[in-house]
Design a binder for this molecule. Structure first.
Ligand code: HEC
Ligand code: HEC
Length: 205
């Protein structure tokens, strides 16, 4: 009797899952809006970056990194912890990919310039980055290196510090983060701010 009942319940559940409408992309994006904005332009006060038009492959990888504890787990990373929390309600791989494609299709927003304009000598600093991120910060798919040109300067600068200080890219199995760490290990804060201020001007100048 018990077993039959279980079988019946299992069949009912399977039917419900099959009938269940897939979540719409708008519904999936709904919980993101409070921090990343309706247009995906980000929010400096919340530390939330602009994500509109971000490459779907990179975006989905970051969501999985947050979900799987490869990013955001450090106690020194209050911004990343928020994403870890959000990803406890978005665990399904297909939904992650669907949401990433939706965000990729959002029109790009203009990056914020909050740091002083860099001096002319920063071009040589960025040289070392261009090999992976592209001459105009457009990103290079074959290097798995994301576009930088649409990110706000404050966010770029904060991420560079996180990589250097082992807050991002140091988790076991984060090979791509480790590559990035190696590239910034020798930079001081001033150079990071100069780099961020010049990268934010790459696309628009
Ligand atoms: C409570 C605020 C909050 C909510 C809600 C939130 N985020 Fe975030 N998100 C952040 C913050 C803060 C960061 C920056 C983390 C860091 O500094 O490493 C971030 C980072 C990200 C990144 C990494 C971007 C990059 O350039 O590497 C992606 C992608 C992202 N969020 C997507 C989403 C999506 C999609 C949702 C909705 C499912 C969402 N976020 C919901 C606050 C939030
Ligand atoms: C060897 C290739 C390589 C070099 C050189 C490199 N990067 Fe990266 N960078 C990457 C990869 C790969 C990622 C993505 C890491 C991940 O998936 O978490 C990344 C991520 C980043 C991010 C995070 C973007 C975001 O949306 O959160 C920033 C900012 C960045 N790089 C800036 C730089 C700067 C500035 C330099 C030069 C000083 C540089 N990178 C040099 C490969 C590189």
């Amino acid at each position: 009797m018990m077993r039959q009942c279980c079988r019946w319940l299992a069949a009912l559940l399977a039917a419900l899952v099959l009938c269940g409408e897939a979540e719409s992309s708008e519904a999936l994006y709904f919980p993101c809006r409070s921090c990343h904005g309706d247009n995906g332009g980000g929010n400096e006060a919340m530390g939330a970056p602009a994500i509109a038009a971000m490459d779907a492959k990179y975006l989905a990888r970051q969501l999985r990194n947050f979900r799987d504890g490869k990013r955001g787990m450090s106690l020194d990373d209050p911004e990343g912890r928020q994403m870890n929390l959000i990803m406890t309600i978005l665990t399904d791989d297909e939904e992650i990919d669907q949401l990433a494609r939706f965000v990729e299709a959002m029109p790009p927003t203009m990056p914020l310039r909050t740091l002083p304009a860099p001096a002319a000598d920063v071009a040589s600093l960025y040289q070392a980055c261009a090999i992976c991120h592209g001459a105009d910060g457009e990103g290079r798919d074959e290097m798995n290196a994301p576009a930088l040109a649409r990110l706000d300067d404050w966010y770029i600068s904060a991420q560079l510090r996180k990589f250097r200080d082992g807050i991002r890219g140091a988790a076991a199995g984060d090979m791509l983060g480790a590559q990035m760490r190696a590239s910034v290990s020798n930079l001081d804060n001033r150079s990071m701010d100069k780099l961020a201020a010049s990268i934010v001007r790459l696309a628009s100048d």
